[in-house]
Ligand binder design. Structure first.
Ligand code: FAD
Ligand code: FES
Length: 288
């Protein structure tokens, strides 16, 4: 679906964790036309007359009711402003924006990896994958119990594994520590979270071929053909896709405010070429 400007009505607003909210908006055009990994650019006020748009992942969609949700943490004036909206209030959303996750039709086992608010980046993919009959394991990392995403908000079919830095829930340690236990099982992995976490996962993914002898589906998929870096076909073949965050200006590819560097030295706009990339497309050392 092409991007459009959609007037969306707030249906429900819930604080699911301290300072973390899920808001539901009636926006049938977005519910129908969005794919997992895409985002909306939402116009917010801040009660000082200053109006800006802020980007949020499309957290879930429900085609039957035309409702989409966003999940956010109150971090500044724009996100605070959202929490004061009441059901019936309308806001405008530009979307769906960005390129989605690419799931290979042959992949049966998907590993989703989320750090903190990164849950919002992979949440929709869990629904899509379950709907398509795939098995999903979701590894989630947070600093402690107060930030652990409730399992009740996930589909029952998802295997949910938690790591916390302080060990207050689940395994003690980083979510990246859990990955080695699942990498042989998974056909593909999809991650969203802090840049440091994504860089660590990219390093793990790069070493996977050697550890496992051969990438599990790589032999079948490779077939001698090389797909252009950054193409949907190349991303579908990658073991790991990451959804990245950069501060955004326009979110439509014009201002170049959101670039990260590719391995070939070509600037990549997170809002247009991303936010989803294959982990091996990105030059993680470039510092952007
Ligand atoms: C593609 C994309 C998808 C996103 N999806 C989500 C989502 O699903 N849920 C969610 O909670 N957030 C998401 N974000 C981040 C979100 O857009 C920002 O948190 C939001 O714009 C902050 O607005 P604010 O006015 O409340 O904060 P501001 O007043 O703009 O900023 C407050 C403070 O937070 C810092 N800050 C602002 N943005 C970020 C950021 N992206 N990362 C780290 N620090 C930041 C600022 O530097 C400042 O110190 C996404 C960002 C991108 C680019
Ligand atoms: S935010 Fe303007 S080019 Fe990406």
């Amino acid at each position: 679906m092409t991007m459009r400007l959609v007037t969306s009505e707030l249906v429900e607003s819930r604080e699911i964790l301290p300072g973390q909210w899920i808001q539901s908006f009636h926006a049938p055009a977005l519910a129908n036309g969005s794919r997992a990994g895409q985002f909306v650019h939402v116009r917010t006020g801040d009660y000082s007359g200053f109006v800006l748009r802020r980007p949020f992942s499309i957290n879930t969609t429900d085609v039957a009711t035309g409702v989409i949700t966003i999940h956010f943490r109150t971090i500044g004036r724009g996100t605070e402003w959202f929490t004061r909206l009441r059901p019936g209030d309308t806001i405008d959303m530009l979307g769906p924006l960005g390129r989605p996750f690419e799931v290979d039709p042959r992949s049966r086992h998907l590993l989703l990896i989320a750090g903190g608010l990164g849950m919002a980046g992979v949440r929709h993919l869990a629904d899509e994958a379950i709907r398509d009959g795939r098995q999903v394991t979701l590894l989630f990392g947070a600093s402690g119990a107060r930030d652990v995403y409730p399992s009740s908000l996930l589909p029952d079919e998802v295997e949910y594994v938690i790591a916390t830095d302080d060990g207050s829930v689940g395994r003690r340690g980083f979510v990246t520590d859990l990955v080695p236990e699942y990498e042989a099982w998974a056909d593909q992995a999809f991650a969203c979270g802090p840049a440091g976490m994504l860089a660590a996962l990219a390093r793990q993914a790069a070493g996977r071929r050697q550890r496992m002898g051969v990438a599990k589906l790589g032999r079948k998929r490779g077939g001698g053909r090389t797909d252009a870096l950054g193409s949907p076909a190349a991303r579908r073949k990658a073991f790991l896709q990451v959804s990245m965050e950069q501060n955004m200006g326009c979110a439509v590819g014009a201002c170049l405010g959101c670039v990260v560097m590719s391995v070939t030295g070509t600037p990549q706009r997170v809002c247009r070429e991303g936010p989803v990339f294959a982990s091996d497309e990105i030059n993680w050392e470039a510092g952007w």
